[in-house]
Design a binder for this molecule. Structure first.
Ligand SMILES: NC(=O)c1ccc[n+]([C@@H]2O[C@H](COP(=O)([O-])OP(=O)(O)OC[C@H]3O[C@@H](n4cnc5c(N)ncnc54)[C@H](OP(=O)(O)O)[C@@H]3O)[C@@H](O)[C@H]2O)c1
Length: 348
């Protein structure tokens, strides 16, 4: 066994005080298990990436149950610094990340255990996970880029699954999942239509991704789906990465080609089921498959890392900003206010 002399860690646990203006996380120091359980890996965390979900959980808006005062965040990257007696898949110094749902290895499991909800997350300087729920990360990425893979990356990967070269995809919003999907879609030879509530953001994205023009739509236009249809000569896109929820899903189906796919990833707009009365007739009329996306399995994370390594993809251009570990509270507030374009990362 290769153990370490690290016996405690600093972690941000939720305060579970949802009153506006009060701190949402608290820095605590706590003991690490010693000795390490036989199949466990001790990871020194180098970067943790924030998702909208983290701010939502910290502010009490998450619709699924969470353990009390859990450690926030599910997207991170680190280095193995010790392994339990029975670990043979990982060795000291390897770059790794835990998967988001530690019960989802192949995609067929019936149970679920989400990081930062059903169990502790990764916003800490050291974390311990079973070696069965971590994957290696691409060697060519820096820690900040690598930290966006397990949640934003795997979700984008799962949402685009089945879409091949030459497909047209609509990506909603300029948040982290959409930006990751934009990179994957461009690398995979897909035509991208990007939507946003901000023309300024769309213009800056067009400048950032000039080769093969990025088509854009402002979803503040109540008839944005008609603009998408126009951009696709009335046919519709092959796939929508749906982020709005009840307020946009019907329009998303309306601008998907017959037989196409809507990947339901997010629910960013205020949710109102009465907006979905036309959903079933529209789905049937357009023969569209509406599929729920729930990040992905360990196999998905391994496949995504293999694809990123094969293409030597970089993600430095979709990092919005970084915050130091001691500014975690500010980072959570920043993401809650939706100020970012792309990813916000806490360096540890
Ligand atoms: N299912 C899963 O496995 C999974 C995994 C990760 C995230 N999610 C969910 O996916 C969604 C996006 O996550 P994220 O991390 O990318 O969030 P994010 O980085 O916070 O991005 C939010 C962006 O989405 C856009 N947006 C806001 N309201 C919208 C609406 N009504 N319709 C379309 N776009 C809207 C905005 O872009 P503009 O400013 O450009 O308008 C906003 O900046 C969230 O709902 C999150 O909970 C789901």
């Amino acid at each position: 066994m290769a153990n370490s002399d690290i016996s405690s860690r600093r972690a941000y646990r939720r305060t579970d005080d949802y009153t506006p203006g009060t701190p949402k996380v608290k820095l605590v120091t706590e003991d690490l298990p010693s000795p390490l359980p036989p199949y466990a890996v001790l990871i020194k965390v180098h970067a943790v990436s924030l998702n909208y979900r983290d701010a939502n959980i910290a502010n009490g808006g998450n619709p699924w149950p969470v353990i009390p005062n859990g450690i926030l965040c599910n997207d991170g990257a680190g280095e193995v610094i010790a392994v339990g007696d029975r670990v043979d898949k990982f060795s000291i110094g390897e770059r790794v990340a835990p998967i988001n749902d530690t019960e989802n290895i192949t995609g067929r499991e019936t149970a679920r255990s989400w990081l930062a909800a059903d169990e502790d997350g990764v916003l800490a300087d050291y974390i311990v996970f079973d070696s069965n729920v971590i994957t290696k990360l691409p060697d060519h990425l820096n820690w900040i880029e690598a930290s966006i893979i397990p949640c934003a990356g795997v979700t984008a990967w799962s949402a685009l699954k089945g879409c091949g070269m030459g497909s047209t995809v609509l990506l909603q919003g300029t948040g982290g999942v959409s930006m990751f999907a934009l990179k994957l879609a461009r690398a995979g030879g897909m035509q991208v239509i990007l939507s946003s509530s901000s023309d300024t953001k769309l213009e800056s994205m067009q400048k950032q991704f000039p080769d093969s023009p990025l088509l854009t739509v402002n979803y503040k236009n109540p008839k944005w789906h008609e603009e998408v249809l126009k951009l696709t000569n009335g046919v519709g896109v092959d796939l929508v990465l749906e982020n709005g929820g009840t307020g946009s899903v019907v329009q998303s189906v309306m601008c998907t080609r017959r037989g196409g796919t809507v990947s339901q990833v997010g629910y960013l707009a205020k949710q109102n089921p009465s907006e979905m009365t036309e959903l079933l007739p529209t789905l049937i009329d357009r023969r569209v498959s509406l599929r729920g996306i729930n990040c992905g399995s360990r196999h998905d994370q391994e496949d995504l890392c293999a694809a990123i390594s094969a293409m030597k993809m970089r993600f430095d251009d979709i990092i919005d900003s970084t915050f130091p570990f001691d500014k975690a509270e500010e980072a959570v507030e920043h993401i809650w206010q939706g100020k970012q374009v792309g990813k916000l990362v806490i360096t540890v």
